[in-house]
Design a binder for this molecule. Structure first.
Ligand SMILES: Cc1ncc(COP(=O)(O)O)c(C=O)c1O
Length: 371
């Protein structure tokens, strides 16, 4: 859901892509990107393009042809990173887990120590499964073998503790349409000084001209034309980032955590189970399992048509097995938790499923306790 202040920002007059005001806003955005990622990195920017453009920028600048690229994958989006790295000519080596199963930190460490890659990549918030992957062990092991780390933070930024510096992540990218409550179209990104050194020492420039980070730096910092970036999307992102900073990152994380826990309390009271084990769940994207005998497609259709609520279904190995319910950014509220639980209960009853208990009451109780 787009925040009302972001909608207002979207209606402001468009200036040129080399206008001094454009660079004033882009400088603010770069500073605020650093804040929301909890990093001291100077090299922050918003790539023109969606989250996948952020992913491609990370991969095309840091994957190297013929060199090892280690992928820790337990979901759809990590596999997309692997596909991009393969297309860059990197030798992709994988540590794969079933969708929604956490990595054992020791196993992750041993994998990286054994493979000694140039880059190790993982998805911090895997939207295909609802799982939060811990960065620390991966980043520590990568440093031991002088590998860079790439973290996909598309569904964590602005909603969960990404903690780039504390975790030692070198390259992180995200999107604007999730935790930051903006429309899609930009990919906020941050790069560590260590990664920047590696980039400058590349024997050949990255194959992608449009996503070449050093060229983009000559635009946003050097003020020289590179492409015609959208002032409108930059206004929106500035507003979305300012909203996060004004709320306070810790308060924002806590809001997401509280609403997620209330949602889970409601789901469990209804007799449903969460797909991801406790302690590894995203606070932004919830994946209750579809109960036996229920069609997830019919339930989603019911919610959309009768309640005006859009939720997603599982795909790949989780097709028909989980619901994917987003409660993020401006949309993560106690009221929305209750609305979606109530709607889901009706949708399930409509298919003859009798909930074990009152989901709404359990969520209300959880919200009251944490208030
Ligand atoms: C974890 C993750 N990575 C990457 C992407 C790709 O982002 P986009 O669809 O904005 O290109 C998504 C999209 O949902 C995602 O959830």
């Amino acid at each position: 859901m787009v925040a009302p202040r972001v909608y207002e920002a979207l209606s402001q007059p468009v200036v040129g892509h080399l206008d001094p005001f454009f660079f004033e806003i882009s400088d603010q955005v770069r500073r605020l990107i650093g804040h929301v990622y909890s990093t001291e990195n100077d090299f922050n920017l918003a790539i023109s393009g969606t989250g996948s453009a952020g992913m491609e920028a990370a991969v095309s600048n840091f994957a190297e042809p013929g060199r090892k690229f280690a992928l820790l994958t337990n979901g759809f989006f990590a596999d997309r990173i692997g596909e991009m790295a393969r297309r860059q000519g990197a030798e992709v080596v994988r540590l794969a887990k079933p969708w929604g199963e956490p990595f054992d930190p020791q196993e992750a460490r041993e994998f990286i120590r054994r493979e000694r890659p140039r880059v190790a990549a993982f998805v911090q918030a895997e939207t295909s499964t609802g799982m939060f992957n811990q960065a620390k062990a991966i980043c520590e092991a990568a440093r031991e073998v002088d590998a860079l780390t790439i973290a996909d933070c598309v569904t964590s930024l602005g909603a969960m503790p990404v903690l780039v510096d504390d975790n030692g992540i070198d390259v992180a990218y995200s999107c604007t349409q999730k935790g930051l409550s903006c429309p899609p179209g930009l990919a906020p990104m941050t790069v560590s000084p260590r990664a920047l050194e590696r980039l400058k020492a590349r024997p050949a420039p990255p194959p992608s001209w449009y996503l070449d980070l050093l060229l983009l730096d000559t635009y946003y910092v050097g003020r020289k034309y590179h492409h015609t970036a959208s002032a409108t999307l930059l206004y929106a992102l500035r507003e979305g980032l300012a909203l996060a900073a004004e709320e306070g990152l810790e308060n924002r994380w806590e809001r997401h955590r509280r609403n997620h826990l209330a949602f889970v309390a409601g789901i469990e009271a209804m007799g449903l189970r969460m797909h991801v084990p406790e302690g590894h769940r995203l606070w932004t994207l919830n994946t209750p399992r579809v109960p036996e005998g229920v069609s997830d497609a019919l339930a989603r259709q019911y919610l959309l048509e009768k309640r005006g609520i859009e939720i997603a279904g599982g795909f790949g190995p989780l097709a028909g097995k989980v619901f994917r319910i987003g409660l993020m950014g401006h949309g993560s509220t106690g009221k929305n938790v209750l609305l979606v639980l109530e709607g889901l209960e009706s949708a399930l009853r409509d298919q003859g499923y009798e909930p074990a208990g009152d989901g709404r009451a359990a969520a209300e109780k959880a919200l009251a306790v944490s208030a």
